[in-house]
Design a protein around this ligand. Structure first.
Ligand code: FPP
Length: 250
């Protein structure tokens, strides 16, 4: 962890989820094709994975391709698919050496065999790593996740009157991870865009204008500093009663 011996222990989120937005604008600003922005986005991701591991974050989840991204021009979609395969081949050994466990969530039935194999091989090859779990959300949508969890629960024979939040959570795609403590979205848009809807019920939200290719350890530290200032009550009023919370809060 990045602190000197005299620093008090900082509150580090266990799970950080990121919407990596702004690759296209980053490229446009440089009069370059959007694909170059996505490539720079991969470089940023590699750095941020390292930074997250250095800060003892246990789970990092990134929105690499949403179920809505298919609506993009065909060449951009195929470029993103190729980039994923190339990026995994290029960075897997280093991720492996750094103790990163890769998990994939999303509807992989709709992606090509090549992409599916690249993702599932990366997942299988890193299964024993324990330092940081990097979840790649690919062809993922929060609504899809809730629907597939309901379907799985029905297939498991769970009756409607037995279905509660704890039971359904067991069937959500990220049942292996705690809910995200901190959500970061780069690129200036202020919305969730169908990411981790179920899991983000009490997640602290952080939005930054920084375009994803410019995001790095220093930008992550800004979000972590913001997170430390938040008071998480999970719907409870205890902290308000103790007079430690701001007078007005949601
Ligand atoms: C949003 O930027 C970003 C994406 C749709 C893809 C995110 C992917 C990466 C960072 C690379 C790693 C993932 C893969 C698939 C290799 P945008 O294109 O919407 O940017 P804009 O809002 O500026 O147009």
């Amino acid at each position: 962890m990045l602190m000197d011996a005299t620093s008090p222990p900082a509150r580090v989120p266990r799970h950080v989820a990121i919407v990596m937005d702004g690759n296209g604008r980053w490229a446009n600003k440089r009069f370059m094709p959007r694909g170059i922005g996505h490539k720079a986005g991969v470089d940023a991701l590699v750095k941020v994975v390292q930074a997250a591991a250095d800060r003892d974050i246990e789970f990092l989840t990134v929105f690499a391709f949403s179920s809505e991204n298919w609506k993009r021009p065909e060449d951009e979609v195929s470029g993103l698919m190729s980039l994923l395969v190339v990026a995994l081949a290029k960075h897997l050994l280093k991720l492996q050496a750094d103790g990163v466990r890769i998990r994939v969530v999303g509807d992989l039935t709709k992606v090509s065999d090549k992409v599916r194999h690249a993702l599932l091989d990366a997942q299988a090859n890193t299964v024993d790593n324990t330092r940081l779990t990097l979840t790649v959300a690919f062809n993922y949508g929060g609504r899809w996740d809730i629907v597939q969890a309901c379907q799985q629960a029905m297939l498991a024979g769970i009756e409607g009157d037995q279905l509660d939040e704890v039971t359904l959570s067991r069937f959500m795609a990220m049942s292996y991870a705690p809910d995200p403590d901190l959500f970061i979205r780069t690129g200036g848009e202020v919305r969730l865009s169908n990411f981790l809807l179920w899991q983000s019920a009490y997640t602290e939200l952080c939005f930054t204008d920084c375009l994803w290719p410019d995001f790095d350890g220093a930008e992550l530290d800004k979000a972590l500093a913001d997170f430390v200032m938040r008071e998480r009550r999970f719907g409870d009023v205890a902290a308000l009663d103790a007079g430690t919370a701001p007078a007005v809060s949601a």
